[in-house]
Ligand binder design. Structure first.
Ligand SMILES: NC(=O)c1ccc[n+]([C@@H]2O[C@H](COP(=O)([O-])OP(=O)(O)OC[C@H]3O[C@@H](n4cnc5c(N)ncnc54)[C@H](O)[C@@H]3O)[C@@H](O)[C@H]2O)c1
Ligand SMILES: O=C(O)C[C@H](O)C(=O)O
Length: 329
């Protein structure tokens, strides 16, 4: 039995993400949790003729049923940005939402893989980790920040410039998931040597601030939902493939570097010892993180991007972790 629980399943991301997951034969039970509307969403999805069972659960009293025995918990719960806001501006509302959901997962599905979509990802992932530590159920190999949308955007934007197939083009994007902490490694992509430095800088900026493009276009009604659902489903299905024993599953994702001590050593040589979380190319296995790949070679331009990213990333990590470590649960 493979149960996947989506927390925030009635939302802008949650609904299309659940639709995409309903189509997967790898899932036998799709459990939809939210503070509103999941019975309706579940009834609607349950008419789709794929084999999985769909259940809807609303509010804290139904949280245990929603979560128990889950193999994977995907979390797109919380508030999205409006124009003019940074992702960090969401911390004051979303930190508490993520903490409470993490407490539920730690109690009712302590062995689940946790896939965190809610922003600010750079801080919400440390929040989940610290809650799990407090409950004595922490496994760094199983807690992931979903940065797949950055990868999806990078494939789209770069392929337009080098005339490649966006579905096949792989562009590593490492670091974190907000503005300058998003680090696209274009120098590692075949075909980008024909780009001018100006093109490299422009497309890097577009990948780093792609989220703002959508927030601005949606003009106060939210942020990326459909592309995020696509990206979230891709990452969830990659994790499921790895759980099912498929080899060679590699995705960029934001993890605690403790998840792989050897991999961490190589990454810390580049980013310093005091960066606890980093999005890197991660080999996924049955138990979660199997190996964190090295960052690889960087151009001089990319080295400068790293310098700009690290202070903000470190601050975001400390802010998230201390929200739990400095509080009485
Ligand atoms: N990681 C990424 O790349 C990425 C991409 C896009 C959006 N996001 C983030 O995802 C989050 C959700 O975005 P959205 O557009 O779907 O927002 P939304 O407002 O449309 O949906 C959020 C849902 O969360 C639910 N919710 C609120 N508190 C909850 C709780 N305590 N338990 C369960 N559910 C709860 C709401 O009822 C709502 O249905 C935002 O924080 C946004 O910034 C992240
Ligand atoms: O930009 C946002 O706030 C949502 C998301 O993180 C994104 O990258 O689209």
């Amino acid at each position: 039995m493979v149960k996947v629980t989506v927390c925030g399943a009635a939302g802008g991301i949650g609904q299309p993400l659940s639709l995409l997951l309903k189509q997967s034969p790898l899932i036998s039970h799709l459990s939809l949790f939210d503070i509103v509307n999941t019975p309706g969403v579940a009834a609607d999805l349950s008419h789709i003729n794929s084999a999985s069972k769909v259940t809807g659960h609303v509010g804290n009293e139904q949280m245990e049923d929603a979560l128990k025995d889950a193999t994977i918990v995907v979390i797109p719960a919380g508030v999205p940005r409006k124009p003019g806001m940074t992702r960090d501006d969401l911390f004051k509302i979303n930190a508490g939402i993520i903490r409470d959901l993490a407490v539920g997962v730690a109690k009712y599905a302590p062995k689940a893989f946790v896939l965190v979509i809610s922003n600010p990802v750079n801080s919400t992932v440390p929040i989940v980790s610290e809650v799990f530590k407090k409950h004595g159920v922490y496994d760094a190999k199983k807690i992931f920040g979903v940065t797949t949308l950055d990868i999806v955007r990078a494939s789209t934007f770069v392929s337009e410039l080098i005339n490649a197939d966006p579905a096949q083009l792989k562009v590593p994007v490492v670091g974190g998931h907000s503005g300058v902490t998003i680090l696209p490694l274009l120098s590692q992509v075949e075909g980008t040597n024909k780009l001018t430095q100006e093109q490299v800088e422009q497309v890097t900026n577009r990948i780093q601030f792609g989220g703002d493009e959508v927030v601005k276009a949606k003009a106060g009604t939210g942020s990326a939902t459909l592309s995020m659902a696509f990206a979230g489903a891709r990452f969830t299905l990659a994790v499921l493939d790895a759980i099912n024993g498929k080899s060679g599953v590699v995705e960029c994702t934001y993890v605690n570097l403790e998840a792989d001590a050897e991999g961490a050593k190589a990454i810390k040589q580049v980013v310093g010892d005091d960066v606890a979380y980093f999005s890197a190319q991660v080999q996924l296995g049955k138990e979660g993180v199997a190996k964190i790949n090295a960052i690889g070679s960087l151009s001089d331009f990319e080295k400068k991007l790293f310098e700009a990213a690290l202070p903000e990333l470190k601050g975001n990590i400390v802010k998230g972790a201390s929200f739990i470590t400095d509080a009485k649960l």
